[in-house]
Design a protein around this ligand. Structure first.
Ligand SMILES: [Zn+2]
Length: 235
């Protein structure tokens, strides 16, 4: 025999009320239990979840689409760049930081005597191209510190615009558009500029940093550190 509707409604309401009273009575125990359960789940899933997300970001089209979306948003939100940068010039070498995405920097390093330039980590090709045109210089090389899109995303776009431009980086890092693989302490010379590549795995398996030798131009050396892992952070 089916129960009348009013009796079912009353039973459901009474059950909810009982659960609510129990929750209020034991809320501390319940929330502690929930916290422990959440920590337990996270401890067992954090690493695999990170691996899945990282693989999607670095090895699939999804990662590239995510980077493109971030770049579009950054161009809308920061049309003049996320911060004001100041170029540095000493004895014929000019270094221009270019603010890209929401908190990254690319660098254009120019030999002013021969009007040739090197781009370091050109994440947003459009922004780097604008500065190249403003400065009236030829892009001869791209030095890429590592494969992540927020550092390497503009390699192929700039290579298409500047056919003779070489793309340097570590062969261990699956860098987009790489044309010249570098090893530890290899040199790259562009105009009077002399860069030394240093192999610094950690942030990625093939991360490299680039040291611009200041001695050749009688100036301090400059280090382009990418996302090199330091004691309290990276970059
Ligand atoms: Zn990175």
């Amino acid at each position: 025999m089916a129960l009348p509707d009013w009796m079912v409604t009353l039973a459901v309401a009474a059950s909810f009320f009982c659960f609510f009273c129990l929750f209020v009575r034991y809320r501390r125990t319940t929330s502690a239990f929930c916290r422990k359960l959440f920590s337990w789940i996270m401890a067992r899933t954090e690493k695999p979840l990170f691996r899945i997300a990282y693989t999607l970001y670095t090895r699939t089209r999804l990662g590239y689409m995510y980077y493109k979306r971030q770049m579009r948003k950054a161009r809308e939100n920061y049309p003049a760049g996320h911060s004001t940068t100041h170029p540095m010039e000493f004895n014929g070498v000019k270094i221009i930081p270019i603010s890209v995405l929401s908190d990254n920097y690319s660098y254009l390093v120019i030999d002013t005597a021969s009007s040739v330039a090197v781009a370091v980590d050109p994440a947003d090709p459009q922004k780097v191209q604008t500065v190249l045109e403003e400065e009236g210089v030829m892009l001869e090389a791209i030095l890429c510190t590592h494969k992540h899109w927020d550092h390497s995303g503009g390699n192929k776009g700039l290579k298409r615009l500047h056919g003779s431009c070489h793309v340097y980086g570590s062969a261990a890092d699956n860098i987009p558009g790489l044309t010249h693989a570098l090893s530890h302490r290899d040199s790259v010379r562009v105009g009077q500029m002399h860069f030394k590549a240093l192999f610094t795995p950690g942030h990625t398996v093939g991360h490299m940093i680039y040291l611009l030798d200041g001695q050749a131009v009688g100036a301090p050396s400059s280090l382009f550190s990418g996302d090199l892992v330091f004691l309290s952070g990276c970059g």
